[in-house]
Design a protein around this ligand. Structure first.
Ligand SMILES: NC(=O)c1ccc[n+]([C@@H]2O[C@H](COP(=O)([O-])OP(=O)(O)OC[C@H]3O[C@@H](n4cnc5c(N)ncnc54)[C@H](O)[C@@H]3O)[C@@H](O)[C@H]2O)c1
Ligand SMILES: [Zn+2]
Ligand SMILES: [Zn+2]
Length: 393
């Protein structure tokens, strides 16, 4: 089959690889019909190379049709239409029992001290072949796959793999008071959906980004926007909109590659130039995240407010402004999304033909697998108005 494989910084290719097979009795194999390109993939493309191996198959946002199931998978049968959560969870361990699926003890990558295995996401997360491919082997298929109805287009459901549950969790973790106010930093696909979900739940939302078409998309979904390219003091701009206090909560939907952190960018570039073993050491022991968005979030939230970090960070000793955080009495929540946990709340929204979250207004590009390398470059450079790219193998 054909698959998107990683070969180095900004070097992904479409290659012929062996077809996946059922290896365990609780595996399934699906034929992928649509699969997303995610901001998390861009971290692999740019800074997380030290944790990758040439030839790794990328992708963690697939949906498709079940081809084959192992003998222990009784809940699925060939022909079922399914969306695959990006984290691999068993559904029955201690952590899964608490719905902390991103910490599943059956798939935890203990060798690296990490949580549940993820599709297509570095050695740290188990080096599991990913979903930007014609076919995908799905471990723990007795629990993970989300069955969706036949009929509506893939675009209605594909975001259940990551974008929607991730954004839903970010809003839950923001712990907004009824009718409260929220600032969302970063209006990529995740930030867009955080903003729409918070609006749907009756909150006031201010979105921050510096990319015109992303600001425009947020605006057409009822979000007030602050253009980060036009103001040097975003937190002050938000305070001016909120009686001088800042919003009740803030979501950081930017993560480790935030614009505006020159020193950390240099560190990331330097680690990128080191031999892999050394770079991995440095990244695991030094603070090399670009913290501009997180620092602004800390500055923007009102006193006693909540920050929900959904953007991915990877430095081990990132410096944090503890004085400001302590004095303001900030609560901080973060982590990978526990995808399956939020599906029950989301399913009625994605199956509603009125499309309350506007899932049909997120993808800007749909490309065949063969064009994935160009799509990565376009999405990273935010060219051609790219906001969300879907790959159709
Ligand atoms: N926690 C999870 O489970 C989970 C799941 C999926 C994605 N993510 C993470 O969420 C983040 C966003 O993903 P995405 O697909 O939306 O990516 P994206 O790269 O499209 O979006 C990031 C956005 O942040 C903006 N930005 C950069 N610096 C900024 C700054 N200083 N202030 C305001 N905006 C700034 C960019 O212009 C861009 O629009 C990534 O870090 C991704 O890895 C986390
Ligand atoms: Zn993703
Ligand atoms: Zn588990």
């Amino acid at each position: 089959m054909k698959a998107v494989t990683w070969h180095g910084k900004r070097d992904v290719r479409v290659e012929d690889v062996p077809d996946p097979q059922i290896k365990e009795p609780n595996d399934a194999v699906i034929k992928v019909t649509t699969t997303g390109l995610c901001g998390s993939d861009l971290h692999l493309y740019e800074v997380l190379g030290p944790f990758m191996t040439q030839g790794d198959i990328l992708g963690h946002e697939p949906m498709g049709i079940v081809e084959e199931v192992g003998s222990q998978v009784t809940t699925l049968r060939p022909g079922d239409r399914v969306v695959i959560p990006f984290n691999i969870s068993c559904g029955h361990c201690h952590m899964c029992g608490m719905e902390l699926y991103a910490q599943c003890e059956t798939t935890q990558v203990r060798e690296h001290g990490m949580g549940a295995a993820l599709f297509g996401y570095t050695k740290l997360y188990g080096q599991v072949p990913g979903g930007q491919a014609e076919y995908l082997r799905v471990p723990q298929a007795q629990f993970g796959p989300i069955k969706v109805p036949n009929g509506p287009p893939d675009e209605r459901f594909v975001y259940l793999s990551d974008v929607l549950p991730t954004a839903w969790q970010a809003v839950q973790y923001a712990h907004l008071p009824d009718g409260g106010s929220l600032t969302v930093f970063g209006l990529g696909p995740i930030g867009q959906m955080c903003a729409r979900i918070a609006r749907h739940l009756g909150h006031r939302v201010i979105g921050v980004d510096g990319v015109p078409e992303r600001l425009e998309m947020a605006r057409r979904h009822g979000v007030e926007v602050v253009d980060a390219s036009e103001t040097t003091d975003v937190p002050e701009a938000v305070r001016q909109l909120t009686s001088g206090r800042g919003t009740d909560s803030v979501i950081d939907a930017v993560g480790m590659e935030a614009h505006g952190s020159p020193a950390a960018k240099l560190a990331q570039t330097m680690t990128g130039a080191l031999p892999d073993a050394l770079a991995a050491q440095l990244m695991s022991h030094a603070g090399v995240d670009r913290l501009a968005a997180l620092n602004q979030a800390i500055d923007t939230v009102r006193r006693g407010g909540v920050i929900s970090v959904i953007g991915v960070y990877g430095g081990m000793t990132d410096p944090m402004p503890m004085l400001r955080m302590f004095d303001k009495g900030i609560s901080l929540r973060m982590g990978q999304a526990h995808v399956r946990r939020w599906v029950g709340a989301l399913m009625p929204l994605v199956t509603d033909d009125a499309d309350p979250l506007g899932v049909m207004d997120l993808a800007t590009h749909r490309v065949p697998l063969q064009r994935a390398p160009e799509a990565y470059e376009m999405f990273q450079k935010k060219r051609d108005g790219a906001i969300k790219v879907l790959i159709e193998p």
